[in-house]
Write a protein that binds this ligand. Structure first.
Ligand SMILES: Nc1ncnc2c1ncn2[C@@H]1O[C@H](COP(=O)(O)OP(=O)(O)OP(=O)(O)O)[C@@H](O)[C@H]1O
Ligand SMILES: [Mg+2]
Length: 287
């Protein structure tokens, strides 16, 4: 990558405290200048405007931003489900723009195959990667149990609630072998208690295995609890508005949500988000 492009993505070193942390670990994902306009409707809608971000090896990065700002679109481009108008997606330095299958991607809507049982849906990522079906099934049984889906191995997706489907889709991503996992609001359909259980389960797993994760959430609290770094997107068209290195030590504990520093950061990020939401609403009303 040319030096100036590298600098544009990662900052010049004077950047908000992330450079020291990032330079120590190789980068798994680099997103450079991603720009996207949808042209299907009556008038074109620009959704992304030159998004630059990166995820280092073993890093947990969250993306927050107002509803409709373009977060899922960004994931579609990273996962190769759509092509950008400009910009590139690099995985370990290799250009994967517009290509599918390189990351473990859990979309916002749980995309389970209706003709496969829950067990076979969850095992799919492993099977595609070459694990024999019988072995993949064996492994999934234990994970289904942990995710509160024991007894549903042979059920079909339509027999599960929205939250249960979401947990099954999350498990499929978790068990897919790709180095980078991209999760688009994986816990949004869950009630508060189940959501909190899933967060802590993910935290525990992540702290053990340190997989590289890119995580979209509406919840600033969730982002602060889970992440090493938070990227705040502006309203549409989305740009990177703010980046924050989360200062809390690991392992993270639920009690940290009551600490003054946690509350201060939550307030600061919430204010920024509110501002963007307001701008989007005013912009929408003006159109
Ligand atoms: N295939 C498409 N064709 C046209 N417009 C689209 C398409 N997909 C998304 N959009 C528009 O792009 C904008 C961003 O949508 P996107 O789903 O990326 O937002 P988001 O940040 O993920 O929102 P949410 O937080 O509600 O999930 C929206 O205005 C949406 O209407
Ligand atoms: Mg979305």
């Amino acid at each position: 990558m040319p030096a100036e492009e590298h600098e544009r993505i990662h900052g010049s070193g004077a950047d908000a405290g992330i450079s020291g942390q990032q330079s120590a670990r190789p980068l798994v994902l680099e997103v450079a200048g991603l720009t996207k306009t949808y042209r299907e409707g009556q008038s074109p809608v620009q959704v992304l405007d030159g998004i630059n971000l990166s995820v280092a090896e073993g890093e947990f990065v969250s993306i927050v931003g107002p509803s409709g700002s373009g977060k899922s679109t960004l994931f579609h481009l990273i996962g190769g489900l759509a092509e950008p108008d400009a910009g590139r997606v690099l995985l370990r330095g290799r250009n994967i723009t517009g290509q599918r299958g390189h990351i473990a991607y859990v979309p916002q809507q749980p995309a389970l195959f209706p003709w496969r049982t829950i067990q076979d849906n969850v095992a799919l990522g492993m099977e595609i990667a070459g694990t024999p079906r019988r072995e993949a099934r064996e492994q999934t049984r234990e994970w289904l149990l942990k995710a509160g889906l024991g007894g549903y191995e042979q059920a079909y997706p339509h027999m599960l609630s929205g939250g249960m489907q979401q947990r099954a889709a999350f498990l499929r991503g978790l068990l897919s072998p790709q180095e980078l996992m991209a999760l688009d609001e994986p816990f949004s359909a869950l009630d508060a208690l189940t959501r909190s259980d899933m967060q802590h389960w993910l935290l525990e797993l992540w702290e053990k295995h340190r997989r590289s994760v890119l995580f979209i959430t509406h919840s600033i609290e969730e982002a602060l609890l889970l992440s090493d770094r938070i990227i705040l997107l502006s309203g549409r068209p989305a740009r990177v508005l703010h980046e924050l290195t989360v200062p809390f030590a690991r392992p993270r504990r639920p009690e940290m949500a009551e600490e003054p520093e946690f509350l201060r950061l939550r307030r600061e990020l919430t204010e920024l988000m509110r501002g963007e939401q307001r701008k989007m609403q005013e912009g929408g009303a003006a159109r």
